[in-house]
Design a protein around this ligand. Structure first.
Ligand code: PMP
Length: 295
């Protein structure tokens, strides 16, 4: 991928209902979303020009806004159409798609009852990285210091920018220590998720994944569960304790960006990506293809 900064690229961005040149899609420094984290977003992928589970992402975006006490002034169908237009206009059929909604500048304080809700949508080239042989080595995960917060302290089901502050801190620390990402526990000390992806484990032919009761129930996570069930692989959504990390044979993370990515190591524990991880990687890569081309 090119190293051109994201504010200096070419293309079009959908901004409050119209396509504008990429470099003109700017916001004022006195925006509520920037100061008080009243900002929600999505991360989606287009494969062969079609956005995978576009409507589910649009609905989650609207729901994230509601959890932050704002209503994005577009319907899911309108957001779907805008995303498709952006992908088509930018001419990159294998792309990452980033809708973002935020409170504007009418009031600058904790209270922002009447601030305008803005919505922008960008897309940029991001081919699916699918080389099973290289990927099956597995990535290395560190243990994060921060924990996913108690749902009584923050709307933890929202894909809200404020929830990513501790993810960036944790990922930076992991990268400095030579790891690809960090595994976060939840506020009770149970295994939760990575900084931008959900996590699965394998033991004796069964998939185990933490119950998504205080972190994002990823669209990829739900897809993987469905794919596993289609294959007759049992899925056990449950509380997973850190003491159990030594008892699993395989581990992978999943998310829109990560797709299905095998894990070889979490701190002192080692995993060998094998048949179940490989099967789900391949099934996922087939599942995301536009239906007309999937055969
Ligand atoms: N957890 C976090 C913290 C994430 O940022 C993501 C990526 N959106 C996920 C899980 C996976 O979600 P999805 O499969 O919907 O991309």
């Amino acid at each position: 991928m090119s190293a051109i900064p994201f504010d200096q690229r070419e293309g079009s961005i959908w901004f409050d209902g119209v396509l504008v040149p990429w470099k003109d899609a700017t916001v004022h420094v006195l925006s509520h979303g920037l100061h008080y984290a009243s900002c929600v977003f999505e991360g989606e992928r287009a494969y062969g020009g079609a956005i995978f589970k576009s409507t589910e992402h649009s609905e989650r975006l609207l729901q994230s806004g509601r959890l932050l006490d704002f209503e994005i002034p577009y319907t899911a169908a309108e957001i779907d159409a805008a995303k498709a237009l952006v992908v088509k206009t930018n001419g990159k059929p294998d792309a990452y798609v980033r809708p973002v909604a935020w409170r504007g500048s009418e009031m600058m304080g904790v209270s922002a009852q009447n601030n305008k809700i803005h919505l922008a949508i960008a897309s940029w080239e991001w081919p699916s990285y699918f080389d099973p042989a290289a990927r099956l080595k597995g990535i290395r995960l560190d243990m994060a210091d921060f924990r996913r917060p108690d749902p009584a302290t923050i709307p933890s089901k929202a894909k809200a920018s404020g929830l990513y502050m501790i993810c960036t801190i944790s990922k930076h620390k992991a990268e400095r220590r030579g790891y690809a990402d960090a595994l976060m526990l939840d506020w009770r000390g149970h295994v939760a998720e990575c900084t931008g992806a959900n996590i699965f484990f394998v033991k004796d032919g069964v998939l185990h994944t933490p119950t998504a009761d205080c972190f994002l129930d990823g669209i990829t996570r739900r897809t993987v569960i469905e794919l596993a069930k289609r294959r007759g692989i049992a899925v056990n959504e449950r509380t997973i304790l850190p003491e159990e990390l030594s008892s699993f044979s395989e581990c992978f993370i999943c998310g829109t960006a990560a797709e299905v990515t095998p894990v070889g190591e979490i701190g002192p524990y080692r995993y060998t990506p094998a048949a179940i991880t490989q099967t789900l990687m391949e099934d996922y890569s087939r599942e995301v293809l536009p239906k007309a081309k999937a055969a």
